[in-house]
Design a protein around this ligand. Sequence first.
Ligand SMILES: Cc1cc2nc3c(=O)[nH]c(=O)nc-3n(C[C@H](O)[C@H](O)[C@H](O)COP(=O)(O)O)c2cc1C
Length: 330
Amino acid sequence: MANLTVSYLGLTLRNPIIAASSGLTNSISDIKEFEERGAGAIVLKSIFEEEIRRELEKDLNKMNRANFLYPETMDYYDTYASDDSLTNYLKLISDSKKAVKIPIIASINCVTAEKWPYYAQNLQDAGADALELNIFVMPSDFTKSADENEKVYFNIVKEVKKHVKIPVALKISYYSANLSAFIQNLSNSGIQGLVLFNRFYSPDIDINNYEVLSTNVLSSPKELSISLRWIAIMSGRVGCDLAATTGIHDGAGVIKQLLAGANVVQVASAFYKNGKEQLTNMLDDLTTWMDQKGYKTIDEFHGKMSQAKINNPAAYERMQFMKYFAGKGL
Ligand SMILES: Cc1cc2nc3c(=O)[nH]c(=O)nc-3n(C[C@H](O)[C@H](O)[C@H](O)COP(=O)(O)O)c2cc1C
């Protein structure tokens, strides 16, 4: 039978399917069920930079009121940190490490490199095997250049790396002026993995009540192609591992991303839609396909369909449906 073991962020995973950060990775019972269903690893639901900063500010106010000296070091602040959501998160990490054997990756949603990065060490100390930073700087500030927006990512990596020794992965979006160079530079910034790409709140308008709504909270399999394209383009050209996320709903989606060059995949929506048993189905499909093709290990086909390895590399860069525009395709 096929061996599904892969390496991701220097960790050994029994297979490449990771339960992505979501409301389904926020409790010990769900995490245990993911392990029973076969997950290779878990990314916990994110805590937000704002939660850390809010607590920091609250506690500094408390200290000021009590006529404490302003703390020169974060160690001093640590003595006063007392917040339920942060304490609960550290407990979630340590409890899940006790409850399951698969790797536990903690996650922080962040938008700046200011004040909060010291807190990453607490996640490491609670037992996290790795840290995923979900960074999104919305490029909607007219006064900022593309370089300024992208610099934030590098600053966050630099600051967080000062505080942790565990592997760090960045989960990013595809909003970048020069995406391939951005991904490549990030991959060489000292991180161990890049997760391509996060999926965001999608705005919609209620035309009767003039309200902005959110739509399509869960992805569809049609959304696979964006990360597939970029995993294929970047595979073999980056200095870290690649995880694919968004639109992977079945075994075929997993196989496509591995062929494109992903080391692992991260899945959320398919589990919301079809239950966690979908993970077992995906694994069964992957194993059956590998057996049919005669592959014993994932390494034997990993990246086989990456841009660098196929005969028609332009296929991944084609943007227009020329033959359809010429009326020949449909
Ligand atoms: C309900 C829900 C909650 C999510 N929460 C988080 C989160 O806290 N942090 C994060 O990095 N990603 C979060 N995500 C994004 C997922 O981790 C995943 O990257 C994204 O949904 C794309 O994968 P999918 O197509 O399999 O859903 C969430 C997704 C969903 C659907």
